[in-house]
Ligand binder design. Structure first.
Ligand code: C5P
Ligand code: MG
Length: 244
């Protein structure tokens, strides 16, 4: 049976074996070249390098596969005027655009592993830079401490807040298997691997933001509206949301 996130220490040995097969830096470095003209200079002395006068308000949206990140993001977009950038969608778009990286990204997604951070961060950065909105939801990112550090290094900023949709594994598996979106990774074998990656690599990121006081943990069970009732006050109590 699937276990809850909090009870998954027994999965760690198998996760370690699995993680040994993660793509190593040379892959990241090779794939990086295609986007090199898009990179802004890395932050110097902690000052973010961006072409904007004012940094946008960035919300990272985290949670396991099927935890409802995308569904809740759509509601946040409608209510609070955010732009929604899903890291997974950006990667899938990259695959369908037949880019140089497409085949490798597809392989990585099929195996439920994490695409080299430089590739994903540059797609996110490009999407932010081409959109004038002052508020973004970055959904499904960072998936690992390495993702997080690459974002900080390349974009030169931290998120303002982080949402974590906390959902029992049984529920996540059920939702993913029922959603019929035609995704290559929505099958039981890949879901198991994605859950292993989530527990081994994404939970440390969630703990990191919790320690920094940026994390908002949301119980992600119930109807879409019930869950959104828990999300709504997080944004309404923020002064910055009144700018629109
Ligand atoms: O978030 P989503 O479920 O759409 O992600 C699908 C897949 O995209 C992940 O399982 C992973 O293979 C890849 N991904 C990634 N790095 C991210 C987000 C997604 O490698 N930050
Ligand atoms: Mg999604």
């Amino acid at each position: 049976m699937w276990r809850r996130v909090a009870q998954l220490s027994s999965l760690v040995p198998s996760s370690k074996a699995f993680l040994r097969n993660q793509p190593q830096p040379p892959y990241g470095l090779q794939t990086c070249g295609a986007f090199s003209t898009e990179i802004l200079k890395p932050a110097k002395d902690g000052v973010p390098t961006t072409t904007r006068e004012k940094l946008p308000f960035i919300t990272f949206v985290l949670g396991g596969p099927g935890s409802g990140k995308g569904t809740q993001c759509l509601k946040i977009v409608e209510t609070f005027g955010f732009s929604h950038l899903s890291a997974g969608d950006l990667l899938r778009k990259e695959i369908s655009s037949n880019s140089e990286n497409g085949a490798k990204i597809l392989e990585t997604i099929k195996e439920g592993k994490i695409v080299p951070s430089e590739v994903t961060v540059k797609l996110i950065q490009r999407a932010i830079e081409s959109n004038n909105n002052d508020r973004f939801l970055i959904d499904g990112f960072p998936r690992s401490e390495e993702n997080r550090r690459a974002y900080e290094r390349i974009v030169g900023a931290e998120p303002n807040i982080v949402l974590f949709f906390d959902c029992p594994e049984e529920e996540m598996v059920k939702r993913v298997l029922n959603r019929n979106q035609g995704r290559v990774d929505d099958n039981i074998d890949t879901i198991k691997k994605r859950l292993e990656v989530f527990n081994a690599l994404s939970l440390p990121v969630i703990n990191y933001y919790s320690k920094k006081g940026k994390l908002h943990k949301i119980r992600a069970v119930g109807t879409e509206d019930e869950i959104f009732e828990r999300v709504h006050p997080i944004f309404t109590r923020m002064e910055v949301m009144k700018r629109k």
